[in-house]
Design a binder for this molecule. Structure first.
Ligand SMILES: NC(=O)c1ccc[n+]([C@@H]2O[C@H](COP(=O)([O-])OP(=O)(O)OC[C@H]3O[C@@H](n4cnc5c(N)ncnc54)[C@H](OP(=O)(O)O)[C@@H]3O)[C@@H](O)[C@H]2O)c1
Length: 256
């Protein structure tokens, strides 16, 4: 299967790293012929002479351009094969208007952890996608992480919880590390301690049996240090601030 990428930035490059572990043949087309050549050399894949040339020789197309560029880039092109979009806020209906609504169309939402082949990726499809094509899409997405098939109406929420949240989690890690620096730790040491703790806490919650609440109860001894810090975090509104940030993310995705 020949998979063609239009637009190869941070996310498409990460996906290509995963796909290179599969048998699929990869070809790209970037912002210009010179950029295509440069990126193809970096990633060790083929490049096409133009976007239409890429479309004419690919079995499936993955769009790696920014949502704001969709109209300008896609309008002059004629698609004949399944198209996968990873763009935040571009619905399957909109993708159909910009390509061809009769084609099998797939929306995916990866996250930046694709660069470690550990993305949490959502998939939603239009009704032209056959079970075999859905399986192929899952195989593509599983090459750079794990895959969740979700209803399209939930895409913006997924985008907030999995696409954007690595930035929010990074902010929390940075804040904890800064607090370590304030109390005398070198930044690199504080970051190392915090990042490892976040990773193993996520692993503990993920592998069970404790829910986050049960874990919190286990750590907070009566009258102890952790409950003092926890009450301060809630006094300052951590849960409310987080929920409000997710609402803003969803609102922005709906208005892109
Ligand atoms: N980054 C994330 O965490 C994330 C998460 C989920 C979904 N996404 C989605 O992934 C898509 C790409 O995001 P990104 O973060 O990878 O952005 P990015 O790094 O800016 O990549 C976009 C790429 O598009 C290229 N480009 C610009 N104009 C083009 C044209 N006319 N034809 C072909 N390529 C063109 C750019 O080329 P130059 O390098 O030459 O400018 C750049 O390499 C977006 O739709 C975004 O919504 C991203």
């Amino acid at each position: 299967m020949r998979i063609g990428f239009i637009g190869v930035g941070k996310m498409a490059s990460a996906i290509i790293t995963g796909l290179k572990t599969t048998e699929h043949d990869l070809i790209i087309s970037g912002a210009s012929l010179a950029r295509s050549q440069e990126i193809a050399e970096q990633l060790n894949v083929s490049f096409a002479q133009s976007h239409q040339d890429l479309i004419d020789q690919s079995d499936i197309i993955i769009l790696g351009i920014k949502p704001q560029l969709f109209e300008a880039v896609l309008s002059p092109l004629t698609f004949k094969q399944p198209v996968i979009s990873m763009a935040a806020g571009i619905t399957l209906d909109r993708l159909g208007q910009l390509t061809n609504p009769e084609l099998p169309l797939i929306r995916i939402m990866p996250n930046i952890n694709a660069q470690l082949l550990a993305s949490t990726t959502a998939i939603s499809t239009n009704d032209k996608v056959t079970p075999d094509l859905l399986d192929l899409t899952k195989e593509i997405c599983n090459s750079f992480g794990t895959t969740f098939e979700i209803a399209e109406k939930d895409f913006d929420t997924f985008t907030a919880l999995a696409g954007s949240s690595p930035a929010y989690i990074a902010l929390f890690i940075e804040a904890l590390a800064k607090a370590g620096v304030k109390n005398g730790f070198p930044k690199s040491l504080a970051l190392n301690i915090v990042a490892q703790t976040v990773q193993s806490t996520a692993q503990t919650i993920w592998s069970g049996p404790d829910s986050p609440h049960e874990l919190i109860d286990k750590i907070c001894s009566p009258g102890g240090t952790t409950i003092a810090g926890l009450m301060e975090l809630e006094r300052l509104g951590l849960t409310h601030a987080t929920s409000s940030a997710i609402d803003k993310t969803i609102e922005k995705a709906k208005n892109l």
